[in-house]
Design a protein around this ligand. Structure first.
Ligand SMILES: *Cc1c(COP(=O)(O)O)cnc(C)c1O
Length: 362
């Protein structure tokens, strides 16, 4: 079973812990001797109530989420948060600031423009989004309702090493690095993340929201698009994505066994370092991100030519290193190594990169 699995570098949906997949394969047929699988049971059952409460409790514990925050399990993907955030937090004429550090922030800015006055005090678009800003590179006006940023730019392989600190409420899209490192949740108004990178399968989006923000929405919002609807009903206003929530809980249990976020951060750093080391060795592998902005989760890089890149991706796949093609918007190669990606895979990629470099001169 294990032998036939490859090292999966896909950016999302991405590798899940094998133990979680195995447990799911049992529970999806017969959950804890109930005779019913986890995808078949009522979301109002005692069993599922236990599952969703466990998932929330573990997320709270792992991330240190304070009591005055709600944890919501929502649908519509991270992309629906691009409109839900401004829809719920802004009234016409109110301001918000967005840091434009990649495709995902750009999409969020486009949506936000429909709901308020959106400032973009920083953009790295003219440098192909190869960096995130330092603290003193931008200013935020004092009447800004929130400062929005993407903590890890999945496509470009950049990441905020430290969080922005401008004395305003932060809203962050952490889809591709939530639970990969410790964070201080109390700095944030909203943190959201599509599950399919670091939390579980696609189909559920986790939203962590400070209580006072639940009451900011205009009266005209449809019920399903208000955070308060979901907060008041513990994410059970309607049928939640039960199986995906169950798997998020299992991923959290797995992470706890690994020693939690402090521990996994060290593992993640070591995995990334073994590849950045090769990038730092010289001209052959060129990193997309500026060194100060490098992501620990996604490493985007180029080889000396597009032909070599195509060959690299093909030969890597033949050795069981799969999913290394860069995003269509920037091309090249990308190694995504989220929490569940095993360190042996990073070692194997580093070895392959050395061999490939030696074998294929530009
Ligand atoms: C993948 C990704 C998204 C999109 O998530 P969906 O769930 O497909 O909508 C948004 N933001 C970031 C940072 C991502 O990596």
């Amino acid at each position: 079973m294990t032998a036939s699995r490859v090292f999966n570098f896909n950016p999302g949906p991405s590798a899940l812990p094998l133990d979680v997949l195995k447990q799911t394969s049992v529970d999806v047929v017969n959950y804890q001797e109930t005779g019913i699988g986890v995808a078949e049971m009522s979301h109002r059952s005692a069993e599922f109530t236990g599952i969703i409460q466990t998932a929330e409790a573990l997320l709270r514990e792992l991330l240190g989420i304070p009591k005055n925050y709600h944890v919501l399990f929502m649908q519509g993907g991270a992309s629906s948060q691009f409109f839900m955030v401004p829809m719920n937090l802004l009234s016409p004429g109110q301001r918000a600031a967005y840091l434009n550090t990649g495709t995902w922030s750009k999409k969020a800015i486009k949506e936000a423009n429909a709901f308020g006055e959106i400032d973009v005090p920083y953009s790295s678009e003219d440098q192909q989004f190869n960096r995130v800003p330092l603290h003193d590179e931008y200013a935020v006006s004092t009447d800004t309702r929130y400062l929005y940023f993407v903590s890890n730019n999945t496509i470009y392989g950049t990441q905020f090493g430290t969080m922005p600190d401008k004395g305003v409420t932060l809203v962050s899209d952490m889809s591709s690095d939530i639970l990969s490192r410790p964070i201080d949740v109390s700095q944030f108004g909203i943190i959201f993340a599509g599950a399919q990178k670091n939390l579980g399968p696609a189909g559920v989006t986790v939203v962590i929201i400070r209580d006072d923000l639940l009451d900011k929405a205009p009266d005209t919002l449809p019920t399903m698009l208000r955070y308060k609807t979901h907060a008041d009903k513990q994410s059970m206003f309607n049928t939640p994505p039960c199986l995906a929530i169950y798997m998020v809980g299992e991923v959290c249990k797995w992470l706890q066994k690994q020693g939690g976020v402090e521990k996994i951060e060290q593992v993640n750093r070591a995995k990334a370092a073994s590849i950045y080391e090769l990038i730092d060795e010289g001209e052959y592998y060129r990193g997309h991100a500026e060194p100060g902005s490098r992501s620990v989760m996604n490493i985007a890089f180029n080889l000396p030519s597009a032909e070599l890149e195509a060959r690299f991706i093909k030969e890597a796949a033949a050795q069981g290193l799969v999913g290394l093609k860069g995003h269509r918007s920037i091309g090249g190669c990308r190694a995504s190594m989220y929490n569940a990606f095993p360190p042996e895979g990073a070692d194997k990629l580093a070895t392959f990169m050395r061999e490939f470099r030696a074998a294929h001169k530009p």
